[in-house]
Design a protein around this ligand. Structure first.
Ligand SMILES: [Zn+2]
Length: 99
């Protein structure tokens, strides 16, 4: 039950992100040739915000990939350390000390 709720929430989040992309692209495309009033033009401000939203999605895509790579590398190093330490102890080799 909890797993299905998590999947539904992830799907809704993905839909919101993609809807934001489509709305942003549509807004920028629809208002490219507007009658600009100057420095404080509301439409230019919204166009800049839409472009920033689309640009910021790059980090949203790249960060989980970097986190996954770091997790995999950490597990690989941890596994390598465990294997090398366990195989070469005197107890595991059953070495008998005769002194
Ligand atoms: Zn403008």
């Amino acid at each position: 039950m909890k797993n299905s709720i998590t999947k539904i929430m992830a799907l809704m989040l993905a839909l919101v992100v993609f809807a934001g992309v489509f709305v942003s692209v549509d807004y920028v495309g629809g208002h490219m040739h507007h009658e600009c009033t100057g420095d404080h033009c509301e439409i230019c401000i919204h166009i800049r915000e839409a472009i920033n939203y689309i640009s910021n999605l790059k980090s949203l895509i790249v960060l989980p990939f970097v986190a996954a790579v770091v997790c995999l590398m950490t597990q690989a190093f941890k596994k390598a350390e465990t294997v090398s330490l366990v195989k070469h102890t005197l107890i595991s080799l059953k070495v008998e000390l005769l002194n």
